[in-house]
Design a protein around this ligand. Structure first.
Ligand SMILES: *Cc1c(COP(=O)(O)O)cnc(C)c1O
Length: 423
């Protein structure tokens, strides 16, 4: 599949008159259409709810769009909980799928009506101590161990993951929680990340539904929801087929009807905590070519760096690049596209064939809408970029300003005049 930016060169030229590169740009139309499709694909399940994984794209303007489609928030830290609250999330709209959690975060989560998803059996006394009681609605995270396979492909390695409880522990946890007054239970598992196959969710659902039925039978617990978490992926590379969310929804439905309905669990809600699937394709990093360098390799230096998008440096992740205005030209130049960090892994692309890049060309780095801006950091004293929303009517709005030098120096409370001495 050919990858096409959601924005035109003309529109970008308009935007850069107001906001200098680099910046992350988001596509409101794409976000809306996708959120509506997800909702429809799971509309067969009465209680279906997506809790957007806030860590993927923690921007209240974008979360507000998803809220219109009934989405809540999945959080894993104090500030993410605060953002969910600020976005108007009420009790039942917040899932707290955290791990290694400090006591004050459990306390705050409970005080704003969030659902605690316990990562471990030892967190039962920990929550009881931190919160003062065991919440009526509570969830437990499951980790079956071993390798997670689809056909013969290894999708991921849960046995090596720090998250979740063993099967034996989850049965024990349910009994303890029930004895301590919990009355509505959820189960959760995240067994493979960025899966570009329609089979992942149905396979995970089968495992979770089987577990739900056994937990219900053996402990008498009311299984209020099964949380399939994140993991539905996106096609970063042009040779990948996108997932079909309707096929995924139908696949989960089939398992639900086979396993849950005969066991009398037809009222159990399906929850999801998708991040990447909700936002990934609907964001891009816009950057400008500012240097070319011809040494042992051909380099294009851009004005963004790994601070703006660390996935290539961190995981060797592929992000497609379009040289704007040159879509029809042959990709006959072999480049490394680099940022400015003093780190040789600061490369958005290595040995990538692109059209000839000239200084001043705008490059669109695709699929940065999730785990893009949000993974940013300040290494080399680099500052985080702005985030801009391209609206459905073609207008655009800054939804987070770029960091300034003043922000960078702002945490030196011990030396308050530091910044003023510099400017
Ligand atoms: C990261 C994460 C998600 C979202 O994962 P995606 O791959 O973005 O869908 C959901 N739930 C939990 C607990 C996570 O850690």
């Amino acid at each position: 599949m050919k990858k096409k930016p959601f924005v035109t060169l003309e529109k970008l030229q308009e935007i850069i008159k107001e906001y200098p590169t680099p910046f992350h740009l988001y596509d409101e139309k794409g976000i809306r259409e996708n959120a509506a499709a997800l909702k429809k694909a799971f509309s067969w399940n009465k209680g279906f709810k997506e809790f957007f994984a806030v860590k993927a794209t923690p921007n209240p303007f974008l979360i507000d769009i998803l809220r219109e489609y009934g989405c809540g928030c999945d959080c894993s830290s104090m500030t993410e909980l605060m953002m969910a609250k600020a976005c108007g999330c009420q009790g039942g709209d917040i899932m707290f799928s955290s791990n290694d959690t400090p006591p004050e975060e459990f306390r705050y989560c409970d005080s704003i009506g969030g659902i605690i998803n316990l990562d471990d059996i030892t967190h039962i006394p920990f929550v009881e101590e931190a919160v003062g009681h065991i919440p009526e609605t509570i969830s437990c995270r499951f980790n079956p161990g071993g390798l997670f396979r689809i056909s013969n492909d290894i999708m991921d390695n849960p046995g090596d993951a720090k998250y979740g409880m063993t099967e034996e522990q989850i049965f024990k946890a349910f009994r303890i929680l029930k004895a301590k007054g919990a009355s509505k239970f959820g189960i959760h598992a995240f067994l493979a990340s960025n899966t570009v196959t329609n089979d992942y969710y149905p396979m995970l659902a089968r495992i979770m539904f089987d577990l739900a039925v056994r937990l219900h039978r053996e402990t008498g617990a009311d299984i209020a929801f099964v949380n399939l978490s994140g993991g539905i992926g996106i096609p970063y590379s042009p040779d990948q087929e996108p997932n079909d969310i309707y096929a995924i929804g139908e696949g989960v439905r089939k398992e639900f009807e086979e396993v849950m309905v005969p066991a009398g669990l037809e009222n159990t809600a399906i929850y999801t905590e998708l991040g990447r699937f909700m936002m990934g394709p609907y964001g891009c990093l816009v950057t400008k070519a500012i240097h070319e360098k011809h040494t042992h390799k051909e380099y294009i230096g851009v004005d963004a760096c790994a601070v703006n998008l660390m996935r290539p440096a961190m995981y060797g992740a592929y992000h497609h690049i379009t040289v704007m205005g040159k879509e029809k030209e042959p990709c006959d130049h072999l480049y490394d596209v680099t940022g400015s960090l003093c780190e040789n892994n600061d490369k958005f692309a290595i040995d990538r064939y692109l059209p000839e890049v000239e200084m001043g060309d705008l490059l669109v780095i695709h699929d940065t809408g999730a785990h893009g801006f949000s993974m940013g950091y300040n290494y080399n004293g680099k500052l985080k970029s702005a985030e801009i929303l391209l609206k459905e009517d073609g207008s655009f709005k800054m939804i987070r300003r770029a960091e300034t030098e003043k922000d960078y120096f702002a945490t030196f409370d011990c030396f308050p005049e530091l910044y003023s001495k510099l400017v």
